[in-house]
Design a protein. Structure first.
Length: 272
């Protein structure tokens, strides 16, 4: 059945499809009234497999389009036979780059997310291991190794942001949940011992109490933990803590994980 508000988007790649999906989802943020149906088609590496994809696309619901990241020039040439419109990511840009750079591309499938640079790959693995070990204040004895330590209330996006920083940028990212016991006692905002001496490596995440309550409600419905009153009290105490210790803050209420991580990274680079 045709539904113009629900286009079928086929993410076609001869590799993992990560590049195609990232690009397509970014583009569709500019069309908020649409609700695309996503179809991931990774590792399309033969003409026969590509023909099968075309058959599936043609017989499926309409409207439809293909977002393709095919490095192989021969497979890219076959895209002209696709029965629906195609956004050919590599085809539209590789030839231009070849002209600008004066050298031909090598058309190697999967290179966008391959190991390639072994040193960078090893750094990302080490960073990911460190981040997993230092999630949510689990380990605090070697926070001095961290490139950044994210602070904030429980469920304020610290864990996914830390993992994104490690996986994509190779940053040793730890995170530490600020709980009532870590905050003001006897009217004084105390710095938790594990965080002392970390200086500008600390980044404080803030979030609107209403949004925090909404997130927590999805995890623990009807609990005091998810109540708006509790969230307001915690956010106020955390704000006071940041101001007392002059910790740089980032309001993440309306930000995606990708945006939070990018801004944290930019802040760290600005400190160098």
């Amino acid at each position: 059945m045709s539904d113009p508000c629900c286009p079928q988007v086929y993410l076609l790649s001869d590799g993992t499809g990560i590049t195609a999906e990232t690009l397509a989802r970014s583009l569709f943020t500019q069309f908020p009234d649409l609700a695309p149906a996503w179809h991931r088609l990774p590792f399309v590496q033969t003409a026969g497999r590509l023909a099968a994809v075309f058959s599936r696309v043609e017989s499926g619901p309409q409207p439809a389009l293909v977002v393709a990241t095919l490095a192989n020039a021969d497979l890219r040439a076959e895209l002209r036979h696709c029965p629906v419109p195609v956004v050919d990511v590599f085809g539209e840009h590789v030839e231009r780059l070849e002209a600008v750079l004066g050298t031909p591309s090598q058309s190697v499938s999967g290179r966008a997310h391959g190991i390639g640079d072994h040193q960078r790959y090893d750094r990302r693995i080490e960073a990911l291991n460190y981040t997993l070990e230092h999630d949510d204040g689990i380990a605090t004895q070697d926070l001095s190794v961290a490139d950044v330590v994210l602070l904030g209330a429980s469920r304020s996006g610290k864990t996914p942001t830390s993992l994104y920083l490690a996986m994509n940028y190779g940053l040793f990212a730890a995170n530490y949940p600020l709980v009532p016991e870590d905050l003001a006692r006897d009217g004084i905002a105390h710095m938790p011992r594990p965080l002392r001496g970390l200086g500008r490596r600390l980044v404080g995440l803030t979030i609107a109490p209403q949004r925090l309550a909404q997130i927590r409600e999805g995890r623990r419905p009807g609990s005091r933990y998810a109540s708006l009153a509790q969230c307001r009290a915690e956010c106020a105490a955390i704000q006071e803590f940041y101001e007392t210790w002059r910790i740089p803050q980032l309001d993440i209420t309306e930000l995606s994980i990708e945006e939070i991580a990018t801004r944290v990274r930019a802040r760290l680079e600005g400190e160098r």
